[in-house]
Design a protein around this ligand. Sequence first.
Ligand code: GYE
Length: 326
Amino acid sequence: MTISRRDVLIASAAAAAASLAARMALAELPKLAKKDTYKVGFAQTESNNPWRIAQTNSMQGEAEKRGWQLVYTDAAGSAAKQVADVNSMIAQGVELIFLAPREEKPLIPAIMAAKAAGIPVILLDRNVDQTLATAGEDYVCFIGSDFVEEGRRIAEWMVANANGKSKIIQLEGTTGSSPANDRKKGFDDFIAGNGAFTLLASQTGDFNRDKGRQVAETLLQAHPDADIIYAHNDEMAIGAISALEAAGKKPGTDVMVLSIDGGREIVQLIIDGKVNAVCECNPRFGPKAFDTAVAYANGEAIPAKIINPDNFYTIENAAAELPNAY
Ligand code: GYE
């Protein structure tokens, strides 16, 4: 068979059209076919605390209830592993990926790889850098708490209940993660310009109990006059309580302890008088996450952000709410 110049022209025109179509498809969010069940992925970021375990249980329980196949990975606190986990889910042919991105920037390539492979992504609990990826275009939506609001609620309670306490140590979450950025912003913005309070130090404890303890220990040595500790999660708050007790101080009395997450352990610590106030961060994602995937398959308009409701715990309601805490 001979190939004419005309054949070559037709073939190259077809190839150009195909590559244009592929590029146009890239500009659009991948669709999800309407089906009864799906094979979906859940790329968890780490499993080193009760909040993560509650979230994973909620996702696995919902998948089981609906008879969906769930490919589960745990990045063990490494953004690089989480990118690899998403790539492996793509290779395994999942139809949708639920992603809890460890940090705002490093997970962008994973979102783009899923998009290029035609797999829609729903972000769970942590968001990504909004200048680098867009809801409705690169990923379907974000489902999670309003972290700025969580930090603001803690600051508001503190200002109303400080009783003369005023010198604050802040233990930040994982550097570069959206809850750490936003919980700091909500809190700092609320006290900015309020001359009664001083932020003595603000340092990361990586959302981790032992790192929280170590950082609190160092900061308490540098600032022995601190009388308020605000931790971005329960784990670091519990670590800080150990540091306070080791320094001979009474958490909850000598030093006000404030936290976010609201697991059963910290709610009990409110009852015990060692913690003063906790803004819950709701880890019960399963029903909403799966409902959102179905709504997306049905062609419904999905909002860019779906916000989970958060409880708030103090001595006023801790005993009554203990059974409801995760
Ligand atoms: O507060 C923390 C967890 O991203 C909202 O991450 C989540 C946070 C949560 O490891 O305990």
